[in-house]
Write a protein that binds this ligand. Structure first.
Ligand SMILES: [Zn+2]
Length: 63
């Protein structure tokens, strides 16, 4: 599941939350749902270009 950074627009509290498709995220500090979603470097770094793929490289049009 993706993890996002949020910043509360009410109290400026920043926190991380694992967000499923239908979850309703509120500020743990003041309970507001006025949140700005930030991209966590932790989440973005996953599955990027640095991840080696296990698929063998098959040349196109071999046979
Ligand atoms: Zn807040």
């Amino acid at each position: 599941m993706p993890m996002f950074d949020f910043e509360c627009r009410e109290c400026k509290k920043r926190f991380e939350e694992i967000v499923s498709a239908d979850s309703h995220v509120v500020c743990p500090e003041c309970g507001s749902d006025e949140l700005a979603k930030l991209w966590s470097p932790f989440a973005v770094g996953r599955g990027g270009a640095s991840t080696p793929r296990c698929a063998p490289s098959i040349p196109a049009g071999g046979a």
